[in-house]
Design a protein around this ligand. Structure first.
Ligand SMILES: NC(=O)c1ccc[n+]([C@@H]2O[C@H](COP(=O)([O-])OP(=O)(O)OC[C@H]3O[C@@H](n4cnc5c(N)ncnc54)[C@H](OP(=O)(O)O)[C@@H]3O)[C@@H](O)[C@H]2O)c1
Length: 276
């Protein structure tokens, strides 16, 4: 290794579950690039100190995950338009001249995954229904609106959170009642589960999904080794389904390219390397 081998990593707490080191490790090996990508378990109280130290340790950037996404945004020296709209960052570049440059690539990953899996989908295809109003839902909703979706229905168990999301970043969305999910699902061209229902160790999927039909594309941002309950239910009703694993893979692309200088590909070999 020379003195200038680029280092990157994912900062979070807890971090042991993160698949990002496998994603970037696969790409580094596949393209024969010098560099390393490591998990960085950093507690909330230590985040600012870690962020200040990393560039001096040879890091060219980092991904940021729970619970640091908002703090990373605040501490950055420069922010992309997407990070600014969301008030949260997941990808940082340590630039010798500009300092910490923050971006948010979750929405990019969501749209790229959808387009890869369902090339026939386009923003004008019909109404979109998004379930959930947490951090990931914010990125998904902004990406869908920027893609040109004309009608976006949003419902969340806690209505006030959906209303706050609308008021803060997406005045175009229509907030509907969680208890009336059938109405929100009826006639939707695309339905997105952006709640944590169905994630391993998380809450069960309890929503009545019978209004999803053969004309619908259903996509889950929750990823699991097998099919998630949301996707199984949608498939049983004839919908075309898109899993959330691809979103995780695609959101990693911009960071890798900026840190290591090569645009990476999402393909079956990557999926096998990360899941295997
Ligand atoms: N594929 C990817 O690349 C990717 C990227 C980011 C996140 N994710 C996944 O997306 C999921 C959400 O992440 P997040 O960061 O947005 O989490 P978050 O900010 O904690 O939001 C959780 C969401 O799930 C809802 N929820 C939780 N328990 C529920 C229940 N029992 N019934 C109904 N709704 C419930 C919450 O509703 P309330 O507001 O009512 O609590 C909220 O809308 C996680 O599984 C995460 O792993 C995937």
């Amino acid at each position: 290794m020379s003195d200038t081998v680029p280092l990157a990593g994912v900062i979070g707490w807890p971090i042991g579950h993160s698949l990002s080191p496998k994603v970037h490790g696969h790409w580094l090996a596949r393209y024969g690039l010098a560099g390393a990508y490591v998990p960085l378990g950093v507690r909330e109280a230590d985040f600012e100190g870690a962020l200040a130290a990393l560039p001096n340790l040879g890091f060219v950037g980092a991904n940021v995950t729970m619970p640091h996404k908002e703090r990373a945004f605040v501490l950055a020296d420069e922010r992309s338009a997407m990070a600014t709209r969301l008030g949260a960052a997941n990808t940082l570049v340590f630039d010798p001249d500009k300092g910490v440059v923050a971006d948010n690539t979750d929405g990019f990953g969501f749209i790229e995954n959808l387009r890869e899996a369902q090339p026939g989908w386009h923003a004008g295809a019909g109404p979109v229904t998004v379930l959930g109003a947490g951090g990931a839902a914010r990125a998904v909703i902004v990406a869908l609106l920027e893609a040109g979706v004309p009608e976006l229905r949003l419902l969340n168990r806690t209505a006030s959170r959906a209303e706050a999301l609308r008021d803060e970043i997406a005045p175009e969305v229509t907030v509907l009642d969680w208890a009336g999910a059938e109405d929100a699902l009826a006639g939707a061209a695309l339905v997105v589960n952006a709640t944590s229902m169905g994630m391993a160790g998380g809450p069960e999927m309890t929503l009545d999904l019978h209004e999803i039909g053969p004309g619908t594309i259903a996509t889950d941002i929750v990823y699991a080794r097998g099919e998630t309950p949301f996707l199984s239910a949608a498939k049983a009703r004839g919908a075309r389904v898109v899993d959330g694993f691809g979103m995780l893979l695609h959101q990693a692309r911009p960071g890798f390219e900026r840190w290591f200088g090569r645009a990476p590909e999402v393909d079956d070999a990557l999926r096998r390397a990360v899941l295997g």
